[in-house]
Design a binder for this molecule. Sequence first.
Ligand code: TYD
Length: 208
Amino acid sequence: MEGLFITFEGPEGAGKSTQARLLAEWYRTKGREVVLTREPGGTELGLALRRIVLSHPMRPETEFLLYSADRAEHVATVIRPALKRGAVVLCDRWLDSSLAYQGYGRGLSLEWMRAVSQEFLGDLRPHLTFLLTLPPRLGLWRARHRRRSQEPDRFEEEELAFHERVLAGFHKLAEAEPKRFVVVDVQQPRAEVVQQRLREVLQARGWA
Ligand code: TYD
């Protein structure tokens, strides 16, 4: 059986982790092995890197390299082995987040980031990427509301214009790879309705 690699992208508060969790349940009821994971923080080292990158001010280059360190470890120790076993890998954020946040958001060169990533990704690409979109203002409100007991992370504190650039960047990435990306507007529908749409997409592609 072949592994299946599906990633979830989008601005803060889009409900990516909820959708990934619901898809994991669905695939498990079908008897598939599912690895539900995320970036940053899909490994023990990644959790330590996540704490650093989300709390310390740093240069954009440093930020990208820390996300890449997390990703390199994650790909080698979690994602590749799982795909090799034939598992369904559901990953909350991936390289596209670096291209959107550090590239379109902070102005780093996409070519440079792709070249660095090539070193540890090789030809690994998601079979499918769900881009869940909603207006950044609403997403930030949802994200802050969700974690009102915690301090906001560095990204949630960024100005709205930054988040607008990130979202526009995600759309450009999706336009450049229309076969891999499926864009789903999550502003109105309830989580169950969004989930139904994702399942229909997977069924239509014969991945269910
Ligand atoms: P995440 O935990 O997915 O945040 P949220 O649940 O709020 O969407 O990711 C933490 C933050 O890290 C998020 O604001 C996006 C940012 N990020 C990057 O800037 N570059 C990256 O490569 C990744 C993976 C995440």
